[in-house]
Design a protein around this ligand. Structure first.
Ligand code: NAG
Length: 144
């Protein structure tokens, strides 16, 4: 379990993410990352959803409740390995006394509607921690 958490953390750090910010300060980003799927010995062609205790066929998705997120079982085209495409709300913004968690936040709603919504005083913007984007490895190689 420890190894899985570490792996997930590393994958999170390496994730590319879309920065489509909404003007009103509300959160609209979701984050995706690809991690190796959990697979059971007796079900080699299925992803194992530990939060559901169920096997999931490639192409199917499942909610990660009680966590706010969604996963999709993906079969890699190159080598047929099973991967889990995880989507979640991403890191929380830096604490800001001028912003508060909105009552609109509905933690029991299906992803992505369970993500926290913040309300700020006029003119105040929340800052989100920087996530390093992966180095442009392909470009580096071409130049060398
Ligand atoms: C939160 O979402 C759940 C599931 O969609 C819904 O049943 C519930 O009514 C929502 N609660 C609020 C306060 O909107």
């Amino acid at each position: 379990m420890r190894a899985l958490i570490v792996l997930t953390g590393v994958a999170l750090l390496c994730t590319a993410w879309a920065a489509d910010k909404k003007k009103d300060g509300e959160r609209s980003k979701t984050f995706t990352r690809l991690i190796p799927a959990d697979v059971l010995r007796d079900f080699p062609n299925m992803c194992f959803a530990s939060t559901r205790c169920a096997t999931i066929a490639p192409g199917a998705s499942w909610e990660l409740s009680p966590f706010c997120g969604k996963s999709t079982c993906v079969k890699a085209e190159e080598d047929g390995r099973l991967l889990e495409l995880v989507e979640d709300c991403g890191p929380l913004p830096k604490t800001n006394p001028k912003c508060k968690l909105s009552e609109k936040t509905n933690k029991t709603a299906p992803f992505p509607h369970c993500c926290p919504v913040f309300e700020c005083e006029p003119g105040v913007k929340l800052e989100y921690p920087e996530i390093p984007t992966p180095p442009p490895a392909a470009a580096e190689k071409k130049r060398a």
